[in-house]
Design a protein around this ligand. Structure first.
Ligand SMILES: CC(C)(COP(=O)(O)OP(=O)(O)OC[C@H]1O[C@@H](n2cnc3c(N)ncnc32)[C@H](O)[C@@H]1OP(=O)(O)O)[C@@H](O)C(=O)NCCC(=O)NCCS
Length: 196
């Protein structure tokens, strides 16, 4: 991957992550180490454990529905990504625990527009995990022709609104959906967040 100023991670990548044409990158926050890499089918069990650790409230903010757990089929779909249209990156902390995930889905028309969604485990918040994940996925998208990304955010989700504003997204209410804000970002040569 280009444009992400992390150090290449010395741990072996999974075959699936290699198939996706992605490397892995690491960063530290106050001595805590994280690795960012593409998700792959072998991550299904760790991803289920990650989702199980998340609060009902964070799951609602991410998926817009009150849920305690997601069906196995959906988790398989989340980890077995169709790389033509979609990508997901995860952040791993010690013991290879998943600490955060970001997903980008390109539109069916010409793939230049994409929707992004992200979630970070409570214990990993405010450590720069979401920022690194966003940077990685926007780099992935722009390298494949994505020129515009958007996110749909519940209007009450002030932390996420503050986060995307910090990244340079613009915000507007969604037409006909007063409880949802749309965040937009035009991808250019400049990335929305500083690398590394
Ligand atoms: C919103 C969310 C993804 C942020 O994740 P995070 O890993 O804590 O964010 P980062 O640490 O990378 O934040 C980077 C910067 O964004 C800004 N930021 C992040 N969270 C913020 C908050 N709650 N309030 C204000 N600014 C915030 C800050 O400038 C921060 O830098 P700083 O910590 O040096 O001040 C996380 O809170 C989350 O998962 N929320 C629940 C799920 C959700 O709402 N998903 C969105 C679905 S559309």
């Amino acid at each position: 991957m280009t444009g992400f100023n992390g150090t290449p991670d010395p741990t072996p990548e999974t075959a699936s992550a290699k198939d996706a044409g992605e490397g892995s990158f690491r960063f530290e926050h106050d001595g805590e180490r994280f690795v960012i890499r593409a998700i792959c089918p072998e991550d299904a069990a760790a991803h289920a454990a990650f989702l199980a650790r998340l609060s009902v409230e964070d799951l609602r903010l991410r998926f817009f529905i009150p849920t305690k757990s997601l069906p196995v089929k959906q988790i398989a779909r989340m980890t077995g990504v169709d790389h033509e249209r979609e990508m997901a990156f995860i952040a791993l902390r010690k013991n290879n625990e998943t600490a955060g995930a970001v997903r980008l889905i390109r539109d069916a028309a010409d793939g230049t527009n994409a929707e992004i969604a992200i979630i970070v485990d409570a214990a990993a918040k405010h450590k720069g995990v979401a920022e690194r994940l966003m940077h990685a996925i926007i780099n992935w998208g722009t390298s494949r022709g994505v020129t515009h990304v958007n996110a749909r955010i519940l209007a009450e989700n002030l932390p996420m609104l503050a986060f995307v504003r910090h990244l340079g997204f613009t915000l507007k209410p969604c037409a006909d959906e007063p409880n949802i804000m749309q965040a937009d970002f035009d991808c250019g040569e400049d990335q929305p967040v500083p690398a590394g």
